[in-house]
Design a protein around this ligand. Sequence first.
Ligand code: MN
Length: 247
Amino acid sequence: MLGGAPLIAIPLASASGEAALRHGINAAYVAAVQMAGGLPVLLPPNDDTADLVARLDAFDGLLLAGGGDVLAEFYGQTSTTHIQGVDRARDLTELALAQAALARGMPILGICRGAQVLCVAAGGTLHQDVQAALPQASDHRHRAGHARDFLAHTVGLLRTGLLAQSLGRPRGAEVPVNSSHHQAVDTPPPGFEVAARAPDGVIEAIELNGDGRAYALGVQWHPEELVPTHRAMVGLFTVLVQRSAGR
Ligand code: MN
């Protein structure tokens, strides 16, 4: 950062539209970072991950957004038919950036798929499909007819840490969230703790278990969609931007 707003890198997804391949991301991520005082920098997928990693220090923080599933081969499993929306170039790009950011102590906020990327990058594993792996779990997928800010369930905050600080709520608080995922963290990575669970036990947030100086947090819900109607959710972006400014 050179005296301006912290630069928050956001890797993009690819999509085959009717006309041509496009790279993009939901505007809500960009708006939330801007509201928090950061300058979003949108990064297309790049198979030359070595070049991306070498340039990572040009940025101050990393935001990993939502999207399709990470290939299970990246966490030592075989992808089942539950794996949806594979974007291998994005997987490679984001896993390389997340690993490099973790190694450098660069702040990372992962959202939905982004939380899953953070988990895999740090050595954890995922449930390829929550319903298949945990038949007793409730349905965490987006429900037809509901707005993206529909509060589908609560998450219980399990520790005094990055998530609780970001939301301004104490350990033990129950926080209503939206839900639009069919995967979740299975085994948290080494060095991370479960920061929140849904009432059915599904892991909804992981965070670095450090001395609080390093910042890496993944949440399974979509705070960027909640910011306009549930303003406290901007805290997740504000703390990301503050930590990024303080590196
Ligand atoms: Mn959920």
